[in-house]
Ligand binder design. Structure first.
Ligand SMILES: Cc1cc2nc3c(=O)[nH]c(=O)nc-3n(C[C@H](O)[C@H](O)[C@H](O)COP(=O)(O)OP(=O)(O)OC[C@H]3O[C@@H](n4cnc5c(N)ncnc54)[C@H](O)[C@@H]3O)c2cc1C
Length: 433
């Protein structure tokens, strides 16, 4: 019976190597070059980081998000999950291992839907880690409901001309190209009338108006661009997949993207739990250590249980993706993971912060960044509420309404049925009395 929670020893060796390597070589990058991970490498940064990437390649752990059938060297989603939960604790680690969002999802859709020419131009350099990409879908007036998008592309001879506004286009400022979702046929439903284009960022008319930051980041130095596509002219070959295929492509992209965020979130939440435990064992107040107080023990127990449930949920979902090789079949569980993720990270980071007292809320500890990260996880790739409705709809598909006034499990009727079933024995019991 194949139902096993063990990692094969060879891969475990690689994971142990990755764990040590991330602690010793990669986590220091977060402090040496904070928030610079999506800036193309040059000068001293390239000198420091290229040798680290070379070590990852040597171990066969570079860019393992795509399987060989898509031009990568991946070992599947389950093994990626085990690796990503190590990488999740560092901002730089996904870059050093060539598997950072949003480039992973973008690579995946080009691998699935791109022409040979598009793969040569965009996918191969993406997988080499030499350029960055941006997924430009959300608009200032609409995010969760893509049917409201208005940015459009109109055919003009052999070209398409794109006009409109996009918001929260992460990493546009440093990306070499943008994947833009636009209306190409307003006459039909959005599900058939929207398409995706691959647009080099330096195309005339691509105007980055603001780089919006998260709370606390300096004005206009954030990673999330407001872009005005102002008569952006691209050739017909810039179309990704077929005309009208944007919704199908978006689902391919977001399925992978969501589960990869969840894998990394395990690592971040584990880091918060580790810090919580160290502090609880180290700090003394009112006659005993924090770890001896029942409230604190409650924080630790709840965090451990929450993380264990979430980790098993993510690993199981990753296993399902490998088994079915079709995101649609795993949609319910991917959405359930997406729903659970922000709460798990929020709760554990918040408790760890509380245990650290005043120090916990300072910029000398990472907790408020994690709490912001939890809020982001509840929005990026779709708000929690929308994913909850997906889970509920998928769960309800397996049920039927009853036509009876009383529920199927109504006890009086079931009791009568049980009595009738065992009448012979029940009568004998009465007879023996
Ligand atoms: C850090 C970060 C990075 C991002 N990166 C990108 C990116 O690279 N590219 C990109 O295109 N987008 C990106 N996004 C945008 C993200 O996809 C959107 O924020 C998300 O889809 C929600 O859209 P909105 O912000 O316009 O919220 P709205 O659509 O206005 O929704 C606002 C709120 O309304 C509620 N709501 C919405 N719909 C429903 C519903 N059906 N039922 C119940 N309640 C509902 C929810 O509470 C929701 O949070 C990013 C967002 C963040 C925070």
């Amino acid at each position: 019976m194949a139902w096993d929670f063990e990692t094969d020893p060879q891969y475990q060796e690689l994971l142990d190597w990755a764990d040590k390597f991330v602690t010793e070589q990669v986590e220091p990058l977060d402090l040496a070059w904070p928030h610079k991970q999506f800036t193309p490498l040059e000068g001293s940064r390239r000198e420091a980081i290229d040798p680290l990437k070379a070590q990852v390649r040597e171990k066969g752990l570079w860019a393992t998000h795509l399987g060989p059938e898509l031009g990568g060297q991946g070992h599947g989603q389950l093994k990626l999950a085990l690796l990503n939960e190590i990488l999740g604790r560092s901002q730089w680690a996904p870059i050093v291992f060539g598997c950072q969002a949003p480039d992973t999802g973008n690579a995946e859709i080009i691998a699935h839907y791109g022409t040979e020419e598009q793969k040569k131009k965009y996918l191969h350099p993406l997988l080499e880690g030499e350029l960055f990409s941006c997924y430009s879908m959300t608009e200032p007036h609409a995010g969760a409901d893509p049917t409201l998008f208005t940015t459009s592309a109109v055919r003009d001879g052999d070209d398409w001309v794109i006009n409109g506004w996009k918001f929260f286009s992460s990493n546009a400022a440093t990306a070499s190209f943008l994947i833009v979702m636009v209306v190409t046929n307003p006459e039909v439903s959005a599900y058939q009338g929207m398409s995706m284009f691959l647009v080099p960022t330096d195309t005339p008319g691509v105007k980055i108006v603001r780089n919006v930051g998260l709370y606390g980041e300096p004005d206009n130095e954030g990673s999330h661009a407001l872009i005005h596509y102002d008569n952006v002219r691209v050739p017909a070959e810039a179309l990704l997949g077929g005309e009208g295929q944007a919704f199908v492509i978006a689902q391919t992209r977001l399925g992978g993207g969501r589960i990869h965020h969840a894998m990394r979130t395990i690592g971040l939440a584990q880091k918060a739990l580790d810090m919580m435990c160290e502090r609880a064992l180290s700090r003394e107040t009112q006659g005993s250590r924090l770890s001896d107080k029942q409230f604190v023990q409650g924080y630790i127990a709840d965090s451990y249980a929450q993380l264990l449930q979430f980790r098993l949920m993510v690993l199981y979902t990753a296993w399902e993706i490998d088994k079915y090789n079709d995101y649609k079949k795993v949609r319910k569980d991917i959405a359930a993971v997406k729903v659970a993720m922000p709460t798990v990270l929020h709760d554990i980071a918040w408790r760890a912060m509380q245990i650290h007292g005043a120090l916990g809320v300072t910029n000398e500890m990472p907790f408020l960044g994690m709490v912001t990260g939890a809020a982001v996880m509840g929005l990026a790739d779709g708000p929690t509420e929308v994913h909850k409705t997906t889970v509920a709809r998928q769960v309800l598909r397996d049920y039927q309404p009853t036509t009876d006034t009383w529920p199927t499990e109504w006890i009086p009727r079931k009791r009568e049925a049980a009595k009738a079933k065992f009448a012979e024995y029940l009568e004998a019991e009465v007879g023996n009395l």
